[in-house]
Design a protein around this ligand. Sequence first.
Ligand SMILES: [Zn+2]
Length: 557
Amino acid sequence: MLPYFPAPYPDELLYSLLARYHRHTCTVSPKRTLDDLFGSRSVRATIDLPRHLGALSRHLPPDRALTPERLALEFTLFPYLTAYQPPAVVANVLMALIGGEAGGLHLRLGIAASTVSSPTTLRYCTACDTEALDRWGECYWRRTHQLPGVLVCPSHGVPLADSGVAPSLGHQHEFIAAGNRTIESRASPPWEGNERCRAILLEVAIRSAALLCVVPQGIIPADLTARYRRALIDRHLASAGGRVDQKRLHDAFNTTFGPARSALPEIAETNWLSSIVRKHRHAFHALHHVLFGLFLDRYVPIPGADSSVSRRLVATPDFINRLRNLVSQGEGLRAAARALDVDTNTVRRHATKLGLPTPWRPLVHPQPRAKEDPGPAIRMRWLELQRREPQLGRKALAGHLPAEHAWLYRHDRAWLDTHSPVPTIRPPPMACVDWPTIDLCLAAGLREAAEAIIPLAPPVRVTLAELERRLGRPGWIGKRRTKLPETLTMLAFVMESTESFQIRRVAWARNVLEQSGEPAPAWKVRRLARLPDRISDKVQQALSIIEPHNGNPAPCR
Ligand SMILES: [Zn+2]
């Protein structure tokens, strides 16, 4: 069981959490970190679907409450990648993530065969980084930014930047933490400045991000096919019988997404579109479903352009009489349509409405729409308003979107809490202070202060008093211990015992003597390290080690 594990940040990727653990513990060997975390040195550092979550969970401090299921749902791309999969696949993949069962995950999800390519390097948003630095004192990798097809930050609407960190190409057993970078110059994507393109990419990003916030329940492929078919019939892109007009569908899709064609290959190449509206013979990538759902919402049929719409007005008494006669004469569907100069769907619809005994199949009315989960759309509106009005606090946001706020408050309060602005920290009165946020910020501050103390020469001991002094809050933490659990955990982790400080001084003293070219016998080291007369066995041991290396502590990255 690990004595320390970092507190996760909102939307943080598991890869990032493990990378921060590696950095915070100043472990030099990546394999050692794997051993600490998983009890195995052969685990791969994976971004999208990391496995062995069961073993990882068993090693983490229990007060973090990071169960294997929670790790999968809140810190991996599992909810996104399984959002449109059958229930059996969802369960199967979850089991594989927990148990570490080898291979085949991407194949099972239809990702391996899909034309959608996952990003090869970890990506980040400079605005998110700046906020994280201000708030937590360090940057981290976010899940949302690593989703395929997400090219802009859903919170800030700015293009994502490539970090160059590519775990799949080398570094397979190493977790690399996000750098604490300030805004750096980078090449602009060719579509930057194209506002219509950016708007489409932002919607794709918001919808994709929303999938990460929903627990995947599994969807029966036949239900999905039926749902898509009904949507196309409603938009006059399929006949009442469900026959899809592929040409019009592709034209409509290209018109709707035209401005973003050059930015997103999945929009330019639409082979998948023909098959996603047919019976699903294989799994589709979540990005294809996201794009199709967005298309259905954005596409507005042009009134009059559709024959079945324009000819709805022909049901005059004369038309009805002629239809009755044709049916009684036993005319076929096509012949009747030709004689009446309308399309076959119109003939079928009116004959069914009049209850005529036709030689052709009567029109079966499509089933009414199943009630859809309003959650994704509500979450999207909540995030979108925050993006548009970043200065608004939670109360003001709720004033703008009262129904959405009420729904989220009732149905998904945890999500609402993590996806709403954190109240600004004000000085007293203490009654309205947000302790959890102060706690996390303070813990981050302690770690930074400790990292600043360690390289000092001559060495300074990392004590509560020294840390408080550096944070400009002497005596502050000691009086508020009960309100600061994260801070206390961090404190226990960074504070030095007398013994470990003495060992560090011994290493420093030996290094100083060696650097000056003097011999470094134990008595000299002891004097320079200012050790007391009585020292513990471990310090004695450190003193008697004769080794040529410089005694610097392991460098923190
Ligand atoms: Zn951002």
